[in-house]
Design a protein around this ligand. Structure first.
Ligand code: M6R
Length: 615
């Protein structure tokens, strides 16, 4: 979704802002722009365009020809994912105040923009876009009395909705003002320059010392100097967080796409996710971020999981873990449903909020609702310092490294690994024995190798994809631990290849969807060698009886699938509870090659954003 980057300092402002925009491309966008304040020039220089950052660069080369423009000491940039108004030049950010002296970039939604726009229009303000954001620029102009920070603070009081904003003014070419309410802003701390971004990927190659703004914070940034005040106008002193990412992790490293790179990173990502957390001798795990002693864990009598998309499917696997290993009744709900349904939270309920980005609006709202109802919340996030991680207060980081591809891959397998470790820890405060716990912990320690061996199947999986790349409809089926794996496989295929794909419990096919099966509609049957497999084999027979080709994802050496499948993709054998990991990796590879064969823009699928920060 939308992305913000800003810079104050003496280096190549334009180059730094544009390179930041490139780093934000993965989030999904449809237009982009930059604004630069050139000392001595009243009108801020703005260049914006629909399309890609490369289109913006072409326009910049044509429009910003003076050295003064190119060496401006302050600049902001934005990638826009349209909400109010078409993705065209007028609606792209930055937006200027009517006098051209104030430029604003904004993530979020101003809910009362129509009323503000009407009032300002009556006062003679002219609007040049259909966006909600433009009202912010005009409001700041209206409130300006010589001090940019106060003008922004006064203007923000009139807004309802959510925002992460960065503001510059030609009257203050050394000052960038930023603020946050519901949409993230991070500040990069350097000795003699300051960077601002909605996503640390945009700035992590300049600094690893980052301060995350809280809701209500207002930042005044000068080169190498930051001043933050809270919503109560009290100065905030917050130590920077060290971001443990290196730049190589946010580059493709020789792979054609981030998605493929991240698929291949899974052995290492899983090993980071489990490192130092397995205690085989005690048959348990140690997840310090949970900050729970065994007595507190033993008191939890219900778990409620909230998540969206791929994280939701990982959560489904987690539900099975908590019920199987710890006998704790566990429910899982789409976060959007949780927040509006008035869920029942009892005293000893623990909520797990699962989110790779830690910024998904619905999951964040579910966290807040659970906290309001007095629930303990544990965040399971990948992005360190993200809003869900901070607001949950406690939880477990995945340590999977940055996930850039819009299609979530390594986050899923690491979420599954973390959920298994959590459930074992809870189980050990109940009936899970030392020896059973030790077996499970040892199995988890072998997971990176299972992932590595699954990746060795890539060529074979690509050959299957080559046969089916022209199909327009797919079904994915599975039961038990394979049910969430089937749902995740269908999501992966549809989001990057645009093939219609539906995931179903294998037993549900007969209750309706089977009517759609025919020879052009392949069925991917996830049929790892686990309990319930025999029943799935019967369901595969039923599919073939309707002429649908069956592609089995099955365990090495399991010949029972051969007679009921057109194709068999092999994955390494592992204990039942870990089988979603190799099966989903195989599905990721299949989806990737299907999309590649169809010429789809894999890392930035149409209409999708990496983190969904609006409802
Ligand atoms: O960052 P989150 O894990 O909260 O994101 C949740 C979903 O938006 C995300 O998993 C989405 O479904 C992906 N595109 C799936 O590949």
């Amino acid at each position: 979704m939308c992305g913000i980057v800003g810079y104050v300092g003496l280096r190549d402002t334009l180059g730094i802002v544009v390179s930041g925009l490139h780093r934000l491309e993965y989030r999904g966008y449809d237009s982009a722009g930059i604004a630069l304040c050139v000392p001595g020039k009243r009108q801020i220089s703005v260049v914006k365009t629909p399309g890609k950052i490369s289109d913006l660069e072409t326009l910049i080369a044509a429009k910003l020809v003076s050295d003064a423009d190119r060496t401006a000491p302050i600049g902001i940039g934005h990638t826009r994912w349209a909400t109010h108004g078409l993705p065209n030049e007028a609606n792209a950010h930055p937006h200027l105040s009517m006098n051209g002296e104030i430029a604003v970039v904004h993530n979020g939604i101003v809910e009362n923009y129509a009323a503000i726009k009407q009032r300002l229009t009556q006062q003679g303000y002219k609007f040049s876009s259909d966006t909600d954001t433009e009202v912010i620029a005009h409001l700041i102009q209206e409130c300006y009395q010589g001090d940019l920070r106060s003008a922004v603070a006064t203007a923000l009081k009139k807004l309802e909705g959510t925002y992460g904003i960065a503001v510059v003014s030609s009257r203050h070419p050394d000052t960038l003002v930023a603020a946050r309410k519901g949409s993230p802003i991070a500040v990069g701390i350097c000795e003699d320059e300051t960077l601002v971004a909605s996503d640390i990927s945009a700035i992590v190659n300049y600094t690893k010392q980052v301060i995350f703004l809280d809701d209500g914070d207002l930042l005044t940034a000068k080169a190498g100097d930051v001043d933050i005040t809270s919503s109560k106008n009290v100065p905030v002193t917050r130590p920077p967080t060290f971001v443990d990412w290196d730049v190589g992790q946010i580059e493709k490293g020789g792979y054609e796409h981030f998605m493929l790179k991240e698929i291949h990173e899974q052995p290492q990502a899983i090993s980071y996710a489990i490192r130092g957390r397995l205690l085989p001798d005690e048959g348990t795990t140690k997840l310090s971020g949970m900050q729970m002693d065994p007595r507190e864990m033993a008191r939890i009598d219900r778990i409620s999981i909230a998540a969206c998309g791929t994280s939701f499917y990982a959560g489904m696997v987690g539900k099975y873990y908590f019920e199987d290993f710890a006998s704790i009744p566990t429910e899982i709900e789409q976060a959007a449903e949780f927040r509006y349904r008035n869920p029942i939270i009892q005293r000893d309920t623990c909520m797990l909020a699962i989110s790779q980005s830690g910024e998904t609006a619905d999951t964040l709202a579910a966290v807040r609702e659970a906290k309001r109802k007095g629930s303990m919340v544990l965040g399971i996030c990948n992005v360190v310092g993200s809003t869900i991680a901070r607001e949950s207060g406690r939880g477990v980081y995945l340590h999977a490294g940055p996930e850039i591809g819009v299609a979530s891959t390594k986050a899923f397998t690491c979420q599954v690994a973390v959920l298994a470790m959590m459930a074992i820890a809870f189980g050990r405060t109940r009936r899970l024995s030392t020896s059973d716990g030790a077996e499970m912990v040892k199995a988890i320690s072998r997971l990176p190798d299972i992932a590595r061996r699954t990746l060795e199947q890539e060529d074979a999986i690509r050959r299957v994809a080559e046969k089916y790349a022209d199909c327009e409809d797919f079904f994915y089926i599975g039961r038990g631990y394979m049910f969430p794996a089937a749902l995740e496989g269908a999501l992966k295929l549809k989001e990057i290849s645009y093939i219609h794909a539906e995931g179903y419990h294998a037993a549900e096919l007969k209750h309706g969807p089977i009517a759609l099966l025919q020879k052009e509609v392949p069925v991917v049957a996830t049929v790892a060698d686990i309990a319930g497999k025999e029943k799935t084999l019967s369901n595969m027979q039923e599919c073939r009886a309707r002429s649908a080709p069956v592609i089995a994802i099955a365990t090495e050496g399991d010949d029972s699938v051969n007679a009921v499948s057109e194709e068999v993709i092999r994955v390494p054998k592992c204990p039942d509870f870990l089988s979603p990991v190799p099966v989903v990796i195989a599905e990721q590879i299949f989806a990737y090659h299907m999309a590649r064969l169809r010429g789809c823009p894999i890392d930035q699928p149409r209409n999708l954003a990496k983190s969904v920060t609006v409802e």
